[in-house]
Ligand binder design. Structure first.
Ligand SMILES: [Zn+2]
Length: 441
């Protein structure tokens, strides 16, 4: 589907594809241990694109090669609070052998730009650059200050990117009260009269945990009643099979109300199977926002077949809904039992904000102007983003990287997936929407 250009953000629409391709061609694979190439080359590219239109971008290198870029765009009314637009420049690694087109070639084929980062999230980085460059070239100041942040290390928790800037350079974000970033603003076509755009207003929190059971070591041939592996396996089995209860957060309630309205039926959160079946690829996203989860992901014990080890360990990826952390931890302890020692390897908070206010209105206005059947709805992301760091500064964060997608594209499956790609006309749509959004913000 395509629409005639509205004449707004005209040159931004022209260059967004090249910007996306250029960024994809800069390999910024993040292995989580500094073994990747780092984000420095991408940061220099972004800084050059911003400097070309008169901005004064600053590069922050938190660790050799791990660089982020921040720039401030002066608004018409500098007394108003600023708006942050943030994106990360790192990507998860890709195995080229699995892909139809080389993941770092930025090839355009079948109407899409292909490559690692095409949707997560060099697309939004490029859209942001395209819109800001166009506005500055044509002398269209944003109504209020914009802070642009292109960040390292999101895919490994943001330690060397967003976290570093928030902890050591908070002054960059002075006066900023609201932000947009990943993962939201993409479309889900319900029918020919309605296209939902899922705006992220909430994120689950996480507890990545190590479980340990200490037992008695001994000879594998003997009668042995205190086996750490047996004890731990049973606990992990109980946890892995446990059905956490459905909890209706305000984000889920709002989402179900909007979707129910759209479908002309009331949706019962306790009976979600039917609803999820109607959501196609989006079911993956929404399904995980109904309840806490705890998935066992690693096991470790023993070193020889005839030796009973004194200890067994497991790792669990736990995610909790906003407002349900205490319940989650209590459930874990009850299910695991007293023999299992549980410790956090990494933990982060949940986020939830309301789907209301002028910024949300600006999203709906901008989407509606470019897509007459658009309706913005809130949803909760089961994972985390850099928004968690910015929330520490009191910034209200939304996932809004607008893309109008073909109804049959498995968009949720694109994130970290093989053959990640973004339609060219979705990028151009995103540029037009972001441009209008900035005007309305
Ligand atoms: Zn991402």
């Amino acid at each position: 589907m395509s629409e005639p250009s509205t004449g707004r953000a005209a040159s931004g629409q022209d260059e967004v594809v090249d910007l996306t391709r250029d960024l994809i061609r800069i390999d910024t694979s993040n292995y989580g241990d500094h073994s990747g190439p780092g984000e420095r080359a991408a940061a220099e590219y972004v800084a050059e694109k911003l400097a070309e239109v008169g901005l004064e971008p600053r590069i922050f290198e938190s660790h050799p090669g791990r660089a982020s870029v921040v720039a401030r765009v002066e608004g018409e009314d500098r007394s108003r609070p600023g708006l942050l637009i943030h994106g990360h420049t790192d990507v998860v690694p890709a195995n080229a052998a699995d892909w139809t087109h080389d993941p770092f070639s930025g090839e355009v084929a079948d109407g899409c730009v292909w490559g690692r980062g095409a949707v997560d999230m060099k697309d939004m980085d490029a859209m942001t650059l395209a819109v800001v460059r166009d506005r500055l070239r044509t002398g269209r100041k944003p109504p209020r200050d914009l802070v642009l942040a292109f960040l390292a290390d999101e895919e490994a928790g943001g330690t060397w990117g967003a976290r570093h800037l928030v902890d050591h350079h908070a002054d960059l974000f002075e006066g900023v009260t609201e932000a947009i970033g990943e993962v939201g603003g993409f479309s889900f076509t319900v029918n020919e009269k309605l296209r939902l755009y899922l705006v992220e207003t909430a994120q689950k929190g996480m507890h990545w945990m190590k479980l340990t059971v200490a037992g008695t070591a001994g000879h594998g041939s003997m009668i042995h009643r205190d086996n750490a592996i047996t004890e731990l396996s049973e606990a992990v089995g109980r946890l892995g099979r446990y059905e956490f209860p459905i909890r209706v957060t305000k984000t889920l309630r709002h989402f179900l109300d909007e979707l129910g309205d759209a479908l002309g039926t009331e949706l019962d959160p306790e009976n979600m199977d039917e609803t999820l079946a109607k959501l196609g690829g989006m079911a993956k996203l929404i399904g995980a926002s109904l309840k806490n989860t705890a998935n066992p992901t690693q096991l470790g014990a023993g070193y020889k077949v005839n030796v009973i080890p004194g200890e067994a360990t497991a790792h669990v990826d736990g995610r909790f809904l906003p407002g349900y952390e205490e319940e989650f931890l209590a459930d874990l302890d009850r299910i695991l039992g007293p023999r299992v020692r549980r410790e956090d390897v990494h933990a982060d908070k949940a986020l939830e904000t309301g789907f209301d206010g002028a910024l949300v209105d600006a999203m709906q206005t901008a989407l509606g102007a470019e897509d007459p059947i658009a309706k913005a709805v809130p949803y909760m992301l089961s994972a985390g983003t850099d928004a968690k760091s910015f929330d520490d500064l009191g910034i209200r964060c939304f996932g809004f990287a607008p893309l109008r997608l073909p109804a049959d594209l498995d968009f949720a499956g694109m994130f970290h997936g093989v053959d990640e790609r973004v339609p060219v006309d979705a990028l151009q749509f995103g540029v037009r929407v972001l441009d209008r959004f900035i005007d309305a913000s």
